[in-house]
Design a protein around this ligand. Structure first.
Ligand code: S3P
Length: 453
């Protein structure tokens, strides 16, 4: 991690056409399913951020052949995974770094086999709740020993699993996926009931690997997912679409920076991931969606954002799963909107890489923006329309959270005074080329040594 800090300064219009990096959720899953399968999986456009690299290393530790073939034409990498149809016991501790998705999905996959594996991660990941995954895996028959409160490091012992029908207490695609991956090797499989729909990449990809899986819509966004047990996955080819959670940064930067027009090509348009586009549309954002196409079972499109006069809105709780990682950057858009924006039902933000409600509230307040924080909601008080109404001029504490860092850098591009973030090295967990991509659009983001006391 670099010791340097990054500072974003008010910039002229942002212009250009870029590609978002590969989707993080899909990249993790491609590696894990490739390792669980029998035969070769080739992945095009894998995100090569730190989180996904950790998952690649973990899959090698569980016995899969993992090879980087070279760079991918669409950005990211071309990778070849040779799955052995099962996991072997890792010889050492599996360190998932900063990646909640990585560790939770891998624990689910590993639980299906009679192996013991010890998992750890960085300081942020060691503070995050693993009970949400351990509970259903325990009902299936996995055992573990862990730190207080279900924290990492923990040692999981799998194998001999039995069927579970598990209703998700919180809307979490990670928990759903962990249960489904464990269910592949459980006697009788597994069933997950989700009262609110969450991202469905695991279900789609399992089908792509030849698994039998039934998704039943049970009304009001709820679903029952039924996976028979004893299934064998077959290696396949995967093309990773652009990550909407990363595309959100250049798109919102264009919306708040006068004179801007930015196009992000090849962005994933899966309905379970695009709550931010709906919300920005309601705020009056000038967004156009073109070149909609199917790529390997997912819909992708090119999205163009032009500078817009935004209006505050209220986002309903039921939209939260489809934009849970985008609230930090929505809060930045809201700071430049007229009137208040209230985001409801966002309690899950508190257990991400950081307590994102608390950190966004603190960062925005430090930049002169009114914020009201509640346990499960946040209100951002936008300025009246005017020329660059947001003060900026702060050094923002990110607690090593990549999305908190990128959000505040975007804010700094349109605020009166520069905005600096600490620990920008963490941006590489999800968006390794962020600074270069933003500079290519015209953003003034500079690197400097941290001030000494
Ligand atoms: C993810 C699910 C979400 C999201 C995370 C990626 C996934 O987490 O915040 O960045 O790939 O399944 P939860 O499952 O905790 O909601």
């Amino acid at each position: 991690m670099s010791a340097a800090q990054l500072t974003a300064r008010r910039t002229g219009p942002l212009r250009g056409v870029v590609r978002a990096p590969g989707d993080k959720s899909i990249s993790h899953r491609a590696l894990i399913l490739g390792a669980l399968a029998t035969g070769v999986t080739e992945i095009e456009g894998l995100l090569e951020g730190d989180d996904v690299r950790r998952t690649a290393a973990a899959m090698a530790a569980f016995g899969a052949g993992v090879e980087r073939l070279g760079p991918s034409e669409q950005g990211g990498g071309r990778w070849r995974i040779e799955g052995r149809g099962g996991f072997a016991e890792p010889a050492d501790v599996v360190d998932c770094g900063n990646a909640g998705t990585g560790v939770r999905l891998i624990m689910g996959a590993a639980a299906g086999f009679a192996v013991s594996a010890t998992f750890t991660g960085d300081q942020s990941l060691r503070g995050r709740p693993m009970n949400r995954v351990l509970k259903p895996l325990g009902q299936m028959g996995a055992t573990w020993i862990c730190r207080e409160g279900g924290r990492l490091p923990l040692t999981l012992r799998g194998g001999g699993l039995k069927h579970v029908a598990y209703t998700l207490p919180e809307p979490s695609a990670q928990v759903k996926s962990a249960v489904l991956l464990a269910g592949l090797h459980a006697d009788g499989g597994a069933e997950v009931i989700e009262p609110e729909a969450t991202r469905d990449h695991t279900e789609r990809m399992l089908k792509g690997f030849g698994a039998e899986i039934e998704v039943i819509e049970t009304g009001a966004g709820a679903r029952r997912i039924v996976l028979p047990g004893g299934q064998r996955l077959r290696g396949t080819r995967i093309r990773v679409p652009g990550d909407p959670s990363s595309a959100a940064f250049p798109l919102v930067a264009a919306l708040i920076t006068p004179g801007s027009e930015v196009t992000v090509r090849g962005m994933l348009l899966n309905p379970s991931r695009i709550g931010l586009l709906d919300t920005l549309g309601e705020m009056g954002a000038d967004l156009s969606v073109t070149n909609v196409r199917d790529e390997g079972g997912e819909t992708v499109a090119d999205i163009t954002a032009r500078h817009s006069e935004l209006e505050g809105v209220e986002t309903p709780p039921e939209r939260a799963p489809s934009m849970i990682d985008e609230y930090p950057i929505l809060a930045v858009a809201a700071a430049f909107a007229r009137g208040k924006t209230t985001m409801r039902g966002i309690g899950e933000m508190r257990v991400k890489e950081s307590d994102r409600i608390a950190l966004m509230a603190a960062g925005l307040a430090a930049c002169g923006i009114g914020v009201e924080e509640e346990p499960e909601a946040m209100t951002v008080v936008g300025a009246e329309r005017g020329n660059h109404p947001v003060a900026g001029g702060a050094t923002v504490v990110t607690h090593g959270d990549h999305r908190i860092a990128m959000s505040h850098l975007v804010l700094g591009l349109a605020s009166e005074a520069p905005v600096r973030v600490d620990e920008p090295g963490m941006i590489a967990t999800s968006f390794p080329g962020f600074v270069d991509l933003m500079r290519g659009l015209g953003a003034d983001i500079g690197e400097e040594a941290p001030a000494t006391a």
